[in-house]
Design a protein around this ligand. Structure first.
Ligand code: UD1
Ligand code: MG
Length: 428
């Protein structure tokens, strides 16, 4: 055996209970598909991943190919069960001597550290097959871990095949496995579909391994949140909440103030520096980096691709997307900053918009505001446009041309004052 590790991620199932035209594994949490969470959590552990696709295969394949270079998709059609799904990689792993970890594409909460500990356990036990298990007070719908009297593993029984005694077992199969591939690969041509669902169950490899006198173990996971699976919209909302709670706790531990955790939503892929304060009702999705000592919100919306340097303010009702904002810059209120680069000490007046999108050409263009630029309230910056260092823009301007350094640009009509106009109108 060598120490190469590959992963197989099961993602071919239909996801009927989502009642959706979108394949289940492409449903998103903070703008990242469920499958993306699983692939991200194994990418530092394995040198190659196989994603088993079937239902809406093209869409899933497209997502994987665009975002994960070390992952391959393998088609499973028709979908005859989890064991059949894994058997699809056999032709690719004929001579593979390392380990294969198997995960489900609809289980986004599993963490990299947990997978690492799981593999460590597999190695220290000198195991041939290790399955991850956990304890649920209500184990309904999960496969049950059945043990021998001496406590060693016997087999896994699915809910639909279980006797009342087996159903009362609270230790369940988490659906995550580590296999010494060359010892297990033959199992996949020997599984049968002789069960209540008429499927080839992956879970049957436990009993198969026992029969072959292989070393088969279960790794019991204490935190059962991590194997929370998504089958419905309710599950999706619950998983979003769990991922968010985990992120907020991590940020607070690292010195970020979250004023109201119950109304704050921050994606796993957002970094925030210490002493930054996140005010209530802020929603941060996608990949972002926020520096130290910033003030964010209340009611700010980050849509991803945003980098904010130290000591900045992104205030109430401000939406930011794909923007680089240098230190000591303020975007205080009611603004939209998208596809933009803002220098240091820039001040953006309330109600400023970067008009980045041309609906006719469907192209997006960039707004560049250099250091010390001040933009008056209610300005529209029509991209592509650059305002050079130190320039000011008067309130209510529509800026369509570049502005040179230290200049003042304004496009509003001059103020007219008609003396006593009101009195005349009222005949006074
Ligand atoms: C499976 C396990 C169960 C475990 C549970 C944990 C089996 C037989 N049962 O049950 O013991 O407690 O996971 O969540 O393995 N898939 C395919 N191709 C198929 C069938 C399924 O790729 O032909 C994929 C699905 O898309 C999904 C994963 O495999 O990502 C699990 O399938 P699912 O039908 O959800 O299995 P469960 O019934 O939940
Ligand atoms: Mg099933």
């Amino acid at each position: 055996m060598n120490n190469e590790i590959k992963s197989v991620i099961l993602a071919a199932g239909k996801g009927t209970r989502m009642k959706s035209d979108t394949p289940k594994v492409l449903h998103k949490i903070f703008e990242k598909p469920l499958l993306g969470y699983v692939l991200d959590n194994v990418k530092n552990i394995v040198n190659e991943s196989f994603v088993i696709v079937g239902h809406h295969a093209e869409e899933v394949k497209d997502f994987v190919e665009k975002n994960y270079k070390s992952a391959k998709t393998v088609l499973q059609s028709p979908q005859l069960g989890t064991g059949h799904a894994v058997s699809m990689v056999c032709p690719y792993l004929k001579d593979f001597q390392g380990q294969v970890i198997i995960l489900c594409g609809d289980t986004p909460l599993i963490r990299e550290e947990t997978i690492q500990k799981f593999i460590e356990y597999h190695n220290t036990q000198k195991s041939d097959i290790t399955v991850m298990s956990t304890i649920f007070d209500n184990p309904t719908n999960y496969g049950r871990i059945i043990r021998e009297v001496n406590g060693s593993l016997k087999c896994i029984v699915e809910e639909k095949d279980a006797t009342p005694d087996e159903k009362s077992v609270k230790e369940v199969n988490a659906g995550i496995y580590c296999l010494n591939w060359n010892k297990i690969k033959d199992a996949f041509s020997q599984l049968t579909s002789n069960n209540a669902q008429g499927e080839y169950y992956l879970t049957d490899i436990i009993a198969w391994g026992k029969k072959k006198n292989l070393n088969v173990n279960a790794y019991i996971l204490n935190n059962n949140d991590e194997i929370y699976g998504i089958n419905s919209r309710k599950n999706l909302a619950e998983a979003t909440k769990l991922i968010n709670e985990r992120k907020l706790a991590e940020l607070m531990d690292n010195g970020v103030t979250i004023v109201a955790p119950s109304s704050t939503w921050i994606s796993e892929d957002t970094e925030i520096g210490s002493d930054t304060i996140i005010y209530p009702a802020t929603y941060i999705e996608g990949v972002n980096k926020i520096g130290k000592n910033c003030k964010i919100g209340p009611c700010a919306h980050f849509r991803g691709g945003v980098e904010v340097d130290d000591n900045c303010k992104i205030g109430n009702f401000v939406e930011v997307k794909k923007a680089k904002i240098a230190s000591n810059t303020n975007v205080g209120h009611l603004s939209y900053i998208g596809d933009a680069e803002l220098g240091s000490r820039v001040n953006i007046g309330a109600g400023t918009i970067t008009a980045n999108y041309n609906p006719l050409t469907k192209e997006k263009s960039k707004t560049v505001l250099k250091d010390d630029v001040k933009i008056g309230s209610n300005t529209v910056l029509v991209a592509p446009v650059t305002v050079e260092e130190g320039a000011n823009v008067g309130a209510l301007s529509v800026i369509t041309k570049n502005v040179s350094s230290w200049a003042l640009a304004l496009t509003r009509s001059p103020q007219k004052v008609i003396e006593n106009w009101v009195k005349k109108a009222l005949n006074k």
